[in-house]
Design a protein around this ligand. Structure first.
Ligand code: FEO
Length: 162
């Protein structure tokens, strides 16, 4: 059985993962409007991964006999100044998510919930990858000068994501 505090924290994380999916879907739409279809595809797949993260938390809450409480999801912004600005935000957002996961790990330790602590280790590793990918793409975009015309090579590369 989940403690009340852990149940609430996990439900909030379902919401944050769904917000991440919303944010990346909005970024995908922005890239589509810029005719950067590879960037748009990459973001759409990222949004799908975030929905999978939300589902992982959702399923875990139910497995532990917890109650699902779905919260409001705020609208994400829809305009950015450039591709570089988008990836600056992705990187900053993933760092925030890492801090949320770390706070959940600390809560699991505090309430002596070994099962949640164990489940969260998957997300600890996942966040290392999430930050790495965002920062790698950010460096590449900046190297290319963040000019739409210069980004077509990278657009082609990102479009290969499956
Ligand atoms: Fe669910 Fe991108 O972290």
């Amino acid at each position: 059985m989940l403690s009340k505090s852990m149940e609430e924290a996990l439900n909030r994380q379902v919401n944050r993962e769904l917000y991440s999916a919303y944010l990346y879907t909005s970024m995908s739409a922005y890239f589509s409007s810029m005719n950067l279809s590879g960037f748009a595809k990459w973001m759409k797949i990222q949004a799908k991964e975030e929905r999978a993260h939300a589902t992982k938390f959702y399923d875990y809450i139910l497995t532990r006999g917890g109650k699902i409480t779905l919260l409001d999801i705020e609208a994400p912004k829809s305009k950015w100044a450039s591709a570089g600005k988008v990836f600056e935000e992705v990187y900053a957002h993933e760092q925030k998510v890492t801090a949320m996961i770390n706070a959940l790990v600390e809560l699991a330790a505090k309430v002596i919930d070994h099962a949640s602590f164990e489940m969260l280790q998957w997300f600890v590793k996942e966040q290392v990858e999430e930050e790495e990918h965002a920062s790698e793409i950010l460096v590449k975009v900046k190297t290319l000068g963040d000019v739409p015309g210069h980004l077509f090579y990278l657009d082609h590369e990102l479009g290969k994501r499956e």
